[in-house]
Design a protein around this ligand. Structure first.
Ligand SMILES: Cc1ncc(COP(=O)(O)O)c(C=O)c1O
Length: 368
C-alpha cells in the first residue's frame, strides 16, 4: 500500500537542499508559502512545524487569555484542545450532526460574551458551514479559525476550504494526504494577523512592532522542498483518490445496511483524508470483522473529545476550567462514533484487486 507518491522531483529538490548552504527557513520555505497561498486562495501562508503549534500561535496572536472561551466541535483532534488549554482558555464543546458539522442551533446557544474563537474543523471528507457560522456570529468580534488538516485542496462554491474564515491552520504530518513527514501551515488574508505571526515565529534582532514575545517555529528547507514537489502532483493525486472513493461508494451501496455519503452540488473537489461510511450495527464489530480477514484496513473515527484518552488527563489537570463541558449534550457525536468506519486515504491508492477483496469482505459481513 502506498502512503506517499514519490518521484524523481522529490529527490531532485531534496538533493538541491543538501548542496545548498541554507538548510532552514530559506528560499524553499518562502517559495512554498507563495505557492500554497496561491493554491488555497489567501493573501498569506506561513509554513509551521505542525498544525497544533500553528493553532496555539494563532490563539496567542488573537490575544486569547485566561478565561476566554474557544468553541470546538465535539469530534476533533485532541491536541487542538490542548493548545486551547495551554492558553488557559476554556474549550466549549458543540455537538456535531451526521455530516460532522457543528449543529448550528447548539452553536448559537454556546456563544457567550467570553467567546473569542470558533474552531471550525473540516473533518474527513466533510466541511463546516462557514457561511452559516458567520451569520450566527453577526457583528460580534469572534474569530473563525478553520482546521484544514484533512481538507487541503477541498473546493466548495468556487473557493478552497482554508480561505473562508479569518485564519486557517493545517497539518502536513505523515498521515495526511499532503505531507512532508511533519509540518503545518497558517493561512490568512489579514495583514495585521500575518505580520504579528511573522514576529512571533522567530527571535530576530529587530524591535517588536506588535509586542508579541517571539519563539521558534521555524521549518527546515528539506520539508519545504518535499512540499513544493508534492504540491506539483497534488491535484492529480486528489483526482485519483476521488475516483476511487466514488467506486467504493458504488460497491458499498449494494448493502442497504451501509450508508455512504453523497456529495452536494456545491462541492467541486472533495478530499478523502479518510473515506467514511456508516453501518446500522456497531462499527467496532465491522472494523474487527474486516480487519481479521484483510489486515488493518478499517478503523473507527476519532472518538468524541470527551471519550479520548487525552481528555481524561486534561480533565484531571484543568478541573476548574471545564465547567462548560456537558457530557450529555453530545449524543449525535456519540452516535456517529458508534456507527462510522473509515478507510485511510492510502487505501484509495491500493491495487484494484486488493481493494475489491476488502470491499467484498465488507459486503459479506453486512449482507446485500
Ligand atoms: C483534524 C486535525 N487537526 C489537527 C491535527 C494536528 O496536526 P499536527 O500533528 O500537525 O499537529 C490533526 C492530526 O492528525 C488532525 O487530524
Amino acid at each position: 500500500m502506498r502512503k506517499h507518491i514519490v518521484n524523481h522531483r522529490d529527490q531532485e529538490l531534496l538533493l538541491s537542499v543538501l548542496e545548498n548552504e541554507e538548510w532552514s527557513d530559506g528560499s524553499y520555505c518562502r517559495l512554498f508559502e507563495k505557492q500554497i497561498a496561491h493554491y488555497i486562495g489567501t493573501k498569506y501562508a506561513i509554513i509551521m512545524p505542525n498544525c497544533t503549534y500553528s493553532f496555539k500561535l494563532v490563539l496567542r496572536c488573537l490575544g486569547i487569555k485566561d478565561g476566554d472561551e474557544v468553541i470546538v466541535p465535539a469530534i476533533t483532534w485532541p491536541s487542538m484542545v490542548v493548545a486551547i488549554m495551554e492558553c488557559n482558555a476554556i474549550p466549549v464543546i458543540v455537538d456535531v450532526d451526521a455530516c460532522f458539522q457543528m449543529i448550528l442551533d447548539n452553536l448559537s446557544k454556546k456563544i457567550s460574551n467570553k467567546t473569542k474563537v470558533i474552531l471550525a474543523t473540516h473533518l474527513y471528507g466533510f466541511y463546516e458551514n462557514i457561511e452559516e457560522i458567520k451569520k450566527i456570529i453577526g457583528n460580534e468580534k469572534i474569530y473563525i479559525v478553520e482546521d484544514c488538516a484533512h481538507v487541503v485542496g477541498y473546493k466548495l462554491n468556487g473557493r478552497m476550504l482554508g480561505s473562508l474564515g479569518d485564519v486557517a491552520v493545517t497539518s502536513f504530518n505523515s498521515k495526511k494526504i499532503f505531507t512532508c513527514g511533519e509540518g503545518g501551515c497558517i493561512f490568512t488574508n489579514n495583514d495585521e494577523i500575518y505580520h504579528s505571526l511573522c514576529e512571533m515565529r522567530a527571535v530576530e534582532e529587530r524591535e517588536s512592532k506588535y509586542g508579541f514575545l517571539p519563539s521558534n517555529y521555524l521549518v527546515s528547507e528539506f520539508q519545504a522542498a518535499i512540499l513544493i514537489s508534492q504540491l506539483e502532483k497534488y491535484n492529480e493525486l486528489l483526482k485519483i483518490e476521488y475516483e476511487r472513493a466514488m467506486y467504493i461508494s458504488q460497491v458499498l451501496n449494494k448493502s442497504n445496511r451501509i450508508s455512504v455519503y453523497e456529495n452536494s452540488d456545491k462541492v467541486e473537489m472533495q478530499t478523502f483524508y479518510n473515506y467514511v461510511f456508516a453501518v446500522d450495527n456497531e462499527a467496532r464489530e465491522v472494523v474487527d470483522g474486516v480487519n481479521s480477514k484483510c489486515g488493518n484496513v478499517l478503523s473507527l473515527i476519532y472518538p468524541p473529545l470527551i471519550q479520548s484518552a487525552v481528555f481524561s488527563r486534561i480533565e484531571e489537570k484543568y478541573k476548574n476550567l471545564l465547567k462548560n463541558w456537558d457530557k450529555k449534550e453530545i449524543s449525535s457525536a456519540n452516535n456517529l462514533y458508534q456507527h462510522c468506519c473509515r478507510f485511510h486515504h492510502s487505501l484509495l491508492l491500493m491495487r484494484n484487486d486488493d481493494l475489491d477483496r476488502i470491499l467484498e469482505t465488507i459486503i459479506d459481513i453486512m449482507g446485500e
